[in-house]
Design a protein around this ligand. Structure first.
Ligand code: SF4
Length: 855
């Protein structure tokens, strides 16, 4: 492959895989895993593998906009600066806020933090990482004295036992899953998955512990009590390195509710394997007891001495590509900068470093509080960067209301149309992955370069450039005068010297002298090394802390909302689909948001596989297609969090959870919301394939996904189906069967190419979508075939696609006669490229359906 080679880092999750990109054209690139990168050694998951499908300019914001019209940069930046200054002068610095993102590079974070905390003088900058792992940060701070992840990926591979807590690793951190799979093959690592759901990850485990929602503290307390009873505490380690509260051992109570046999099996595994890593993620963190969960896990490791040595430790895995960089640079409202807090001495050092007399006096508002303050009018100016809070924060309807009330909403974005950009007064076009230049830190403290593949499109600028331009307008030009991202990195690296002065481990000072060329060539490096806490904890006495944590009281039964609603991610989608939603390949995995419910609960509520259901909570309601799953606990519901008002009607999941947060970390409790569910019986159902994005009004439900050459939309409604409004102009061919309540309409252009096709039924079945959708790109079908919804000589039905890399369907896997995942790979190639589908293949081989949501 000829082209320009660029080594960069994946845009998506906190694994932080290295990418070897080859730029082949103005906006085209081929993607491979970087064999030399220590996070992934050449592997990529499905999302990383298909990054090249997401670098087009469709849907990009390319020019500044002011009050809905295009504007020049000067006008937009002048307006932002004027509104900021006026607000600060009239209402004080705490009347403004920045809400930023783990999508920002560390240098962007550094500038945002310096501007808000150092010069505007407010702590009101918080990052969407608050939603992801703030509880792990708080747990680290309580136990270690600093937000330190004491493990690396090498520990995962060296461990004899891995506990995964609240982590669907096979879907959400797939390359780590692949490393774990390999370790299990090579030396028989035991795997326990602690998760209310039997996910594809749990199905591959030696033991699945179906903990109740928020039952983790009771479970880990009980496990520690059991280790104590078995004489397995490490008395020497405790004596030398750990402070234990007086009442600690008496406090290890709580009803974990796990079947005695399962608990005994878990305890036996833990007892037998001192080389143990506990990896925890959003399932643990996104809880009103998330910090306590983190400390319950850390307590077990500290008390058994399973930390600071190869193959042992508590390991928080972050969701976003640079959540960790944000934590380091100061993107969280309750940290000042470089892991420093707000003590007098820390503030004095930071003020001196930044040469400012305007440093904020204390922490700012955390994400949920920030939007409450906006709703109440206490914050009058908010600048949202690279995130979509109108969809992603809990009680998202409230957040939308807050933004709609706010006097000034500025949004820096790469995407033109998100639920949040629709509420902005000023839109500023920012760079996207493939254009950004800077650094990210992954879950194992590995700092890697993200390098640009393409020139900035349109008028877009880097986030740090946009913020610096505003800072100059506010009179702080000398303090924001960088002319390259390397200069910002050097300043940030030099500033980490302050962390050491206050007993912290974070230290990048050896990079502070890199020149621009050196920064450009900088190889990934891991701050803190393999065992960052081996020489002492970051507390005044250099000792760790066991933290007394109590299991939360079980919620009282609520007859109005008898179910517990959980939410999470799909394997091939990322956040609110602003990038992955543009990939036709990735969209094949799950085309619509599904409600997963236990079959017995479904029967009791009158829900059927493939039917629609409305979930109602105290905050709002949303609609999903029903999928039956005996991997769900009775009484629990699960829905994905990706769809938005831009991509679905009524499927915006985060309008459902409430505003309850963990009292220590401020992280919202997304995963345990009291809910009710009821069946919906629309009068008609339909699907539409179309070249252009269609608009829908007045439907009960719709969901949109990308296909080659256009879009596939699932629809449902009552009354008349407004065909005229949904279809474009062109030559129409049509078939109707009024007895069966069926209508099919195709629209072609003057060459006969398909522009759109709509299939509606009131009582019958709809044909498989994929063949019809494929005609958008192929345009070879006759009118009769189009209206029939299939070719006159149909190709064998491959079934739902399982392997998106090689386009292998469920029926092909079933027919190939293989008995193992490896044999399926040999016979069909499925699972042999990125490997993300291997758990799904294993599920099929075990005779389980991937998802029971047939119509
Ligand atoms: Fe990207 Fe996948 Fe690696 Fe995560 S695991 S960084 S999404 S390639």
């Amino acid at each position: 492959m000829t082209g320009r080679a660029v080594r960069t880092t994946c845009a998506y999750c906190g694994v932080g895989c290295g990418v070897s990109a080859t730029v082949t054209g103005e906006r085209t690139v081929t993607i491979k895993g970087d064999a030399g990168h220590r996070a992934n050694f050449g592997r990529l998951c499905s999302k990383g593998t298909h990054l090249g499908e997401t670098v087009g300019l469709e849907g990009r914001l390319l020019t500044p906009e002011v009050f809905g019209r295009q504007a020049g940069w000067d006008e937009a930046l002048d307006l932002v600066a004027t509104r900021l200054r006026d607000c600060i002068e009239q209402h004080g610095p705490d009347s403004v806020a920045f809400y930023v993102s783990g999508q920002l590079l560390t240098e962007d974070y550094y500038v945002a933090n310096k501007l808000m905390k150092g010069f505007i003088g407010s702590g009101n900058i918080d990052t969407n990482s608050r939603l992801c792992m703030a509880s792990a940060v708080a747990a680290h701070n309580r136990a270690f004295g600093e937000d330190i992840v004491p493990c690396t990926y090498d520990d995962l591979e060296a461990a004899d036992l891995v506990l995964l807590v609240g982590s669907n690793t096979a879907w959400c951190h797939p390359v780590l899953w692949q490393r774990l799979e390999r370790a299990r093959e090579q030396h028989g690592t035991k795997l326990v998955v602690i998760d209310p759901r039997r996910t594809e990850t749990a199905e591959q485990a030696d033991l699945h512990v179906p903990v109740a929602p928020d039952g983790d503290v009771a479970l880990f307390n009980s496990l520690l009590a059991e280790m104590q009873a078995r004489g397995l505490l490490d008395a020497d380690y405790l004596a030398e390195h750990v402070n234990v509260p007086e009442d600690f051992w008496a406090g290890l109570t709580g009803d974990h509710g796990i079947a005695p046999d399962t608990f005994r099996s878990l305890a036996d595994l833990v007892a037998a394997h001192p080389k143990m890593v506990t990896m925890f993620s959003m399932g643990a963190n996104q809880s009103v007891s998330g910090t306590d969960k983190g400390n319950a896990i850390i307590n077990l490791h500290l008390a058994t001495g399973r930390i600071n040595r190869l193959g042992a430790g508590p390991f928080s895995i972050t969701g976003q590509p640079n959540a960790m960089g944000g934590r380091e640079a100061g993107g969280l409202a309750n940290m000042l900068a470089c892991h420093l807090g707000f003590s007098k001495a820390e503030r004095a050092d930071v003020a001196a470093f930044w040469q400012t007399d305007r440093l904020c006096t204390g922490p700012g508002l955390k994400a949920v509080e920030m939007f409450q303050a906006i709703h109440e009018g206490r914050i009058k100016f908010v600048w949202v960067m690279a995130t979509n809070p109108a969809v992603s924060l809990p009680d998202a309807g409230f957040v939308r209301e807050a933004l709609a009330r706010c006097e000034t909403v500025v949004v820096s974005e790469a995407s033109a149309d998100t639920d949040t950009t629709r509420l902005a007064h000023v839109l500023l076009p920012a760079l996207a992955w493939g254009e950004k230049d800077g650094t990210v830190t992954n879950s194992e403290r590995l700092v890697s370069r993200q390098r640009p593949l393409f020139d900035p499109p349109g008028e877009s600028l880097a986030d740090w450039q946009i913020m610096s331009a505003v800072a100059r307008r506010l009179g702080w030009g000398d303090d924001f005068a960088w002319d390259s991202v390397a200069g910002i990195f050097r300043e940030y690296a030099a500033m980490t010297a302050l962390a050491g002065r206050h007993g912290k481990v974070l230290d990048l000072t050896d990079k502070a002298q890199l020149d621009d060329a050196g920064f450009d060539l900088m190889e990934p490096f891991q701050w803190g090394g393999a065992f960052p806490l081996a020489n002492g904890y970051a507390t005044p006495d250099r000792r760790a802390r066991l933290v007394t944590v109590q299991a939360p009281e079980p919620a009282a039964a609520n007859p109005d909302f008898p179910f517990r609603l959980n939410n999470g991610r799909y394997r091939d989608q990322w956040h609110t689909m602003t990038r992955t939603g543009w990939s036709a390949t990735l969209s094949q995995h799950r085309r619509e948001p599904l409600l997963e419910v236990h079959p017995a609960d479904a029967a009791a509520r009158g829900l059927t596989a493939g039917g629609l259901a409305r979930i109602v909570t105290a905050q709002g309601s949303a609609v999903y297609r029903v999928a039956l799953s005996d991997g769900q606990r009775r009484g629990d519901l699960f829905v994905p969090m990706h769809w938005t008002d831009v991509t679905a009607g009524g499927g915006r999941t985060n309008r459902l959870p409430g505003q309850g947060v963990d009292p220590v970390s401020g992280q919202p409790g997304y995963k345990n919301t009291p809910a009710q569910v009821e069946p919906l019986k629309p009068e008609w159902r339909a699907f539409l394939v179309s070249r252009e994005i269609a608009a829908f009004e007045g439907l009960i439900w719709w969901a949109r996904s990308r296909v080659a050459g256009g879009w596939l939309c699932e629809l449902a409604g009552d009354g008349a189906c407004d065909i005229a409004r949904m279809l474009p102009d062109g030559a129409r061919i049509e078939a109707a069967d009024h007895v069966r309540g069926m209508r099919r309409v195709a629209v072609q252009d003057e060459t006969g190419a398909l522009l759109a096709a709509l299939f509606v039924t009131r009582s019958g079945e709809l044909p498989p979508r994929e063949w019809v959708a494929a005609q958008l790109a192929q345009s070879a079908a006759s009118p009769i075939e189009l209206l029939a919804g299939r070719a006159s000589t149909p190709a064998p039905d491959r079934g739902p696609i399982v392997c998106i890399c090689h386009g292998v369907g469920e029926n092909e896997i079933a027919a190939c006669g293989a008995g193992t995942v490896a044999e399926v790979g040999e016979a069909t190639q499925a699972g042999t490229n990125c490997g993300s589908c291997r758990p799904a293949i294993a599920r099929l081989l075990a005779g389980l359906e991937l998802v029971e949501a047939a119509e």
